[in-house]
Write a new protein. Structure first.
Length: 249
């Protein structure tokens, strides 16, 4: 139902292209072939199909993917059975859940997908780092101001309320049980050793940040650039990220 709602909201098919991993076994020009799926006129159906890219046409593909989407874990290299040239999930999730209409994108009403990098800092002491203008619902904003909502939080919620709700229900949603034939039950997992090592590392890192009162804030525009760089394959070994020059105050 969420995929259907995204399609209805954006008034077009979901479309995302993931670069194929190129090696000596990959054809010079890789063309994704959907004809075996029995889709009539499949070439017209996939209007945004690109050579050397894996095409994704459903939000459920990214929603159903494991959420280990960090540069350190590199846990998402395979899409629709093909080895891709990315190993992060985040940008793909962002593309396949983009419910903006063509007009909203062209007029910059909503500058990013529903799933995207954070738009602004909330605390009053961090407002100086909000160097990207965000559109807001002015009626919601005024309501929040009139009810003494803190500065920064008011613009955050007024920005969120620019978007239509994607799914609203008054019913509870229950899991379908332990059906072995359910495709969503299939997953790859990191080893117990890798999982333990990563968990311990993150625990020590967060304790160090809190204990030494390290300030890692930087301009939102630089945060967005870091998010984009993090999508590159093997970015930990090959890329550099923005980092504050002063972390102790």
């Amino acid at each position: 139902f969420l995929n259907k709602n995204v399609i209805e909201r954006r008034q077009s098919k979901v479309s995302a292209n993931v670069p194929i991993m190129k090696d000596f076994n990959t054809k010079d020009t890789f063309t994704d072939d959907f004809s075996s799926y029995g889709i009539e006129n499949w070439q017209n159906y996939l209007l945004n199909l690109r050579d050397n890219y894996i095409h994704l046409d459903s939000s459920s593909i990214s929603w159903g993917c494991c959420c280990l989407q960090l540069s350190l874990t590199t846990a998402c290299p395979i899409w629709r059975g093909y080895l891709s040239n990315v190993d992060r999930r985040w940008n793909i999730l962002s593309q396949t859940t983009d419910d903006r209409t063509k007009e909203e994108i062209e007029n910059n009403v909503l500058h990013s997908s529903r799933y995207s990098s954070v738009s602004c800092y909330l605390s009053q002491t961090s407002q100086i780092y909000n160097d990207i203008k965000i559109n807001i619902d002015h009626e919601v904003y005024q309501t929040l101001i009139n009810n003494d909502c803190p500065e920064g939080v008011d613009r955050h919620f007024a920005h969120l309320f620019l978007r239509d709700p994607l799914y609203v229900t008054d019913e509870q949603v229950y899991p379908t049980g332990d059906d072995p034939s359910a495709t969503y039950a299939f997953e790859f997992q990191i080893t117990y050793f890798e999982n333990a090592a990563f968990t311990v590392f993150l625990s020590l890192l967060t304790r160090a940040i809190l204990s030494y009162k390290i300030d890692l804030r930087m301009s939102i525009s630089l945060v967005n650039q870091n998010m984009e760089r993090a999508q590159i394959r093997s970015t930990i070994q090959q890329s550099k990220f923005h980092f504050p020059t002063t972390i102790f105050h």
